[in-house]
Design a protein around this ligand. Sequence first.
Ligand SMILES: C[S@@+](CC[C@H](N)C(=O)[O-])C[C@H]1O[C@@H](n2cnc3c(N)ncnc32)[C@H](O)[C@@H]1O
Length: 214
Amino acid sequence: MQGELIMTHSEPDTPRSEDRSGMDWEARFQAEDAPWERHDVHPAAIDWVNADVLKSGQSVLMPGCGRSEEPAFLARQGLEVTATDIAPSAIRWQLERFQSEKVKARAIETDALAWRPETGFDAIYEQTFLCAIHPKRREDYEAMAHASLKPGGGLLALFMQKDKWGGPPYGCSLEAMTALFPDTRWIWPESEPRVYPHPGLNDKAELAVVLIRR
Ligand SMILES: C[S@@+](CC[C@H](N)C(=O)[O-])C[C@H]1O[C@@H](n2cnc3c(N)ncnc32)[C@H](O)[C@@H]1O
């Protein structure tokens, strides 16, 4: 089935394995089984740069960065980029990319949900990471995002839409997202989200939303 992320393991019962959704991401990279990769800069990232939502001098965290183009792209725009991922080959790929593009940026191999910065970021760029983790870990994601941003910082999210049960990708409906990012902690935009179809994942819609951390 083209473009669908299929679970290659049954979901284990232990909390530790459950945290990882039973998915061996490193194995997926090594097998070149990565249909979520766009192999080009996400049009939403370009739109956010053009609109000055992301701009030179800002610090940005990119959790679950994989082998995405956006860390080097944003570093080229003059942002201070920190990318995190649990898969060693994704981090190696990013570091090699930074070197070949001669940009200064950080890539850290870690559990992105547990990692915390010393000082808050201006922005977090979320692309196919929240939909990749098990829904039971979503509250950890929200805690990470809130703790990692300065007050007034923005979570630039692309919420993956999928009606079918299961994953990854796990659907991030707006109903679920408004519950996860409550307005006591986040300011939601008044405008409707812009829709970006994902070409590698059967054109599933990604909804672009900028949430401001209170
Ligand atoms: C669907 S991929 C998306 C990668 C990238 N954001 C992109 O758009 O190409 C999900 C990524 O999350 C990473 N990941 C999964 N669980 C993680 C965790 N707990 N901490 C850090 N990275 C994790 C995987 O290694 C993989 O790179």
